[in-house]
Structure formats: structure tokens, C-alpha cells
Design a protein around this ligand. Structure first.
Ligand SMILES: Nc1ncnc2c1ncn2[C@@H]1O[C@H](COP(=O)(O)OP(=O)(O)OP(=O)(O)O)[C@@H](O)[C@H]1O
Length: 253
């Protein structure tokens, strides 16, 4: 694997669902200490690409590498030690307490223990404090607001540790103050050397926050570069152009 700091690499990945090709020849590197935003219109393939990065789906062609080894060679537990995931809108069936949900982030470390070890409890307390939700610790997760739930899922990812944090539309449901705290937290985690990858539907905000942007359209990487320069009007108009308009532009160019 080239690129000294690339912890995750996608090499010429193709992915099909039935007759649909969802990802076409996607190649990219995810680097330590970098905040990478993944943008594109609805259905562009962002969540599918995250699933490949998480090892939850395998490409039909090409390869995904984690820390220099093919993803398929890693056990689920070893992937969970390295990659924390914050999914979109997750609602469990049972009214676990916030403390229990955040504690689930420690399962890769202590999978069969009936109770958490002291170091796990410290990690949970630290994560709750980091997200300013210590006061919610005993509340049932199912009774929280959307923004509070999102903060709990972030705390679970922080408690999990790992070098890579992958988030699917993490701003969903957050108020403005929570969004600012989320981005400050992600920046701190990146400054500690972690790799941050997040999908977002807010390119204007992402331009000021992320280091790098990868633009996906119709399952292909349309552009990959510094967020501040890429996420500007000409590129964004192309990225989010209606399909018929894009065809006109493609034939024009
Ligand atoms: N299980 C499936 N079966 C068939 N097609 C699927 C399946 N999952 C995803 N797709 C298709 O793959 C394409 C990419 O979906 P994906 O969820 O990755 O897009 P996205 O960029 O995350 O979209 P959004 O911004 O709306 O969340 C879409 O056209 C979707 O309809």
C-alpha cells in the first residue's frame, strides 16, 4: 500500500446490486489525521461506499485494504477495534440506558465479560463527558430526542476508540450548537491522529470544516481534493446537477 498515512484504501472497487451497478471503479485513500467528507446527490453511492470501508460489504471487483491488508483478511472484531461507526438514525428495540449503549462501544475489547472492566467504565465516562451528555447516562435511549440520540452514538464511537471514525450524515437532527460541538470534537480526534470520514449533505459547512472532499456522482468519484477549494459553486453545480442537465454538460465538454 503506498501513501505512508493511508490507513484505508479502496482500489478500483465496483459494486452491483441486482442489475444495478452502484459503484464503478472507485479508488481512494483515507489518511490518518485527516477529515474527509463524502458528498453527492441522493443515491450517488455514499452509504454503499461506507459499507465497503467498514468491511460490511465486499466489492464485486477491486479491493479494499485496511492497514495494508485486504479487508477480507480481518476478523469483524479486529475491524471493530480499528474502525468506529456512527450510523444514520439508529433506534434499538429495547430501552437500553445511555450508559449501556455507550458501553456497547467496548464490546470489541471485552466481548464476553458480564460487566465492563474498570478501564471500559473509564472509557464510557470519558466519552459521555466528551459529548457533554453525562447527565443523560441513566436515561432510556429510546426516550431521547433525535439530537440527543446522535450524541449518544458519537459517544459510543468515542468509547470504542480505534484509529478510524466513519460517520453517516452525523449532523442529522443536531441543533446548531450541537453541530459546532460535533465538528470541534471531530477536529480534536483528527488532531490526535485519527482518520475521520463522514458523509454530509451540507457542502457549504463542509468546505470550512473538512480537510478533504470526495465527490461521488452516479457511483463514480467525480473529484477528490482539498475541501475548501473543491466545494465551491462550479463544482457543486456539476455535482448536484439534474441528470438531464448533466448529460447536456457532458456532451458539451
Ligand atoms: N439493497 C439494494 N438493492 C438495490 N439497490 C440498492 C440497494 N441498496 C442501495 N441501492 C441503490 O444503490 C444506489 C446507491 O445507494 P446509497 O444508499 O449508497 O446512496 P447514498 O449516496 O448514500 O444516498 P442518500 O444520500 O440518499 O443516502 C441507489 O441507487 C440505491 O437505490
Amino acid at each position: 500500500m503506498s501513501g505512508k498515512d493511508a490507513i484505508l484504501r479502496v482500489e478500483h472497487a465496483g459494486f452491483r446490486r441486482g442489475h444495478r451497478t452502484v459503484l464503478h471503479d472507485v479508488s481512494l485513500d483515507i489518511r490518518m489525521g485527516e477529515m474527509t467528507a463524502l458528498l453527492g446527490p441522493n443515491g450517488a453511492g455514499k452509504t454503499t461506499l461506507l459499507r465497503l470501508l467498514l468491511g460490511l460489504a465486499r466489492p464485486d471487483s477491486g479491493q479494499v485494504w485496511l492497514d495494508g491488508r485486504p479487508m477480507a483478511h480481518w476478523s469483524r472484531r479486529d475491524v471493530a477495534r480499528r474502525i468506529a461507526y456512527v450510523p444514520q438514525g439508529h433506534v434499538p428495540l429495547f430501552p437500553y440506558s445511555v450508559r449501556d449503549i455507550v458501553g456497547m462501544g467496548r464490546l470489541a475489547e471485552t466481548p464476553f465479560a458480564p460487566t465492563l472492566h474498570e478501564r471500559d467504565r473509564v472509557a464510557v465516562a470519558h466519552a459521555l463527558a466528551e459529548l457533554s451528555i453525562t447527565h443523560l447516562a441513566a436515561r432510556p435511549y429510546t426516550e431521547l430526542s433525535g439530537g440527543e440520540r446522535q450524541a449518544v452514538l458519537l459517544a459510543r464511537a468515542v468509547a470504542q476508540g480505534g484509529h478510524i471514525l466513519i460517520l453517516d450524515e452525523p449532523e442529522t437532527g443536531l441543533d446548531y450548537g450541537q453541530k459546532l460541538r460535533l465538528y470541534a470534537l471531530l477536529r480534536r480526534l483528527a488532531a490526535q491522529g485519527r482518520a475521520i470520514v463522514a458523509t454530509t449533505h451540507d457542502p457549504i459547512q463542509a468546505a470550512g470544516i473538512f480537510d478533504r472532499a470526495i465527490l461521488l456522482r452516479h457511483g463514480r468519484v467525480m473529484a477528490d481534493g482539498p475541501a475548501a477549494s473543491l466545494l465551491a459553486p462550479p463544482m457543486l453545480e456539476r455535482l448536484y446537477a439534474r441528470q438531464d442537465q448533466a448529460k447536456i454538460e457532458e456532451s458539451f465538454w
